[in-house]
Design a protein. Structure first.
Length: 336
């Protein structure tokens, strides 16, 4: 199996029941997740040998995180113990035309206080084939900005394929802060996940005004690959929000100057949207690692994301065979 490494924070998620507000509820449901951890879980489900580099407190919540990761087959060799608290966020699930709302409580978390000298990157990247990190990690603290850059540089020194998901979060940092940091990271990135708004507001690319979304996206992606010729592929999704419980989703994959798109998937009824983007990113990475033809790759990644919308929690819980069956059989059929 191929060794994959991800770097990021895993948090405690506390969710209200659908139809309730946080200030109304008297009970919360617990899940554990985080962008890079979610990608790690998906890739482990897809049969890969995955390690998460992270830091959690040495208390019952840290133990619960470790057990959660191990239950999905994610290796915890590089899960460090230290600090005093596990980052937390509260999720108020949207209904109908009301959007979901996230409230973070992650300042001074164990992971955000991580220092560069706590990680032996030569050991981490020994025998590794792929390294994945997202823009959430450098947004958490000045030290994590340095660690993210250094980890990408070390990965390239070890000949490891690198993946970066912009994953811009306005509640964590400004567009200007994100732009200044991400531009220093992209020279060390092989696989990139970003959308049109990232291209415009983070990378400063002039806004396109062509006839179709596809032409606009090809324009942005061609500009990005000219700015950073090291980037081999770029991916994103087109999502139309009909309501909080009904969306359409289409995947985009750009490589060697060509744009490949999945069919448009109609997702109704959404059980839990959180982690859908991470499931998509994992599907892209799986396809690249397996040398899957581009059209098949984007269909698989989009199907993986659609399936994630049907289960509670941040993590995807589907195997390669289940995703392929979904692609081949279509939605809503009984599998006997």
């Amino acid at each position: 199996m191929k060794k994959i490494v991800t770097l990021g924070e895993i948090m405690l998620r506390l969710s209200v029941e659908s139809g309730e507000r946080i200030f109304q509820t008297d009970q919360l449901t617990m899940h554990y997740g985080g962008a890079e951890a979610n990608v790690a879980v998906s890739l482990s489900n897809f049969g890969h040998n995955v390690y998460l580099v992270s830091r959690v407190p040495d208390n019952p919540l840290g133990i619960a995180v470790e057990r959660q990761l191990k239950s999905y087959g994610v290796h915890t060799d590089y899960l460090m113990k230290g600090g005093e608290r596990l980052g937390t966020y509260y999720l108020e699930t949207g209904v109908g035309q009301r959007s979901s709302q996230v409230t973070y409580d992650r300042k001074y978390s164990s992971f955000s206080m991580l220092k560069a000298d706590e990680i032996n990157w030569d050991e981490v990247f020994s025998g590794a084939e792929l390294f994945h990190v997202s823009g959430i990690t450098p947004a958490l603290s000045p030290s994590l900005k340095e660690i993210t850059l250094f980890s990408l540089q070390k990965a390239k020194e070890h000949g490891v394929l690198t993946s970066f998901d912009f994953n811009y979060r306005s509640k964590l940092w400004s567009q200007q802060e994100a732009s200044n940091t991400i531009k220093t990271l992209l020279p060390y990135v092989d696989i990139c996940s970003c959308g049109e708004l990232d291209a415009i507001y983070i990378l400063g690319i002039d806004q396109a005004d062509f006839m179709s979304k596809e032409e606009n996206l090809k324009y942005y992606y061609s500009k990005i690959t000219k700015m950073y010729p090291n980037i081999r592929s770029i991916s994103s999704t087109f999502r139309s929000v009909i309501s909080a419980s009904t969306n359409t989703l289409q995947g985009n994959y750009y490589t060697e100057g060509e744009l490949y798109q999945s069919n448009i998937l109609h997702i109704d009824h959404i059980v839990d949207r959180v982690g859908g983007g991470d499931a998509f990113a994992a599907g892209i990475l799986h396809g690249i690692l397996e040398n899957t033809p581009s059209q098949e790759l984007i269909s698989f990644a989009t199907a993986a994301s659609a399936l994630k919308h049907t289960v509670h929690g941040d993590c995807n819980a589907f195997s390669v065979d289940e995703v392929v069956a979904f692609v081949n059989n279509g939605s809503g059929k009984i599998v006997r």
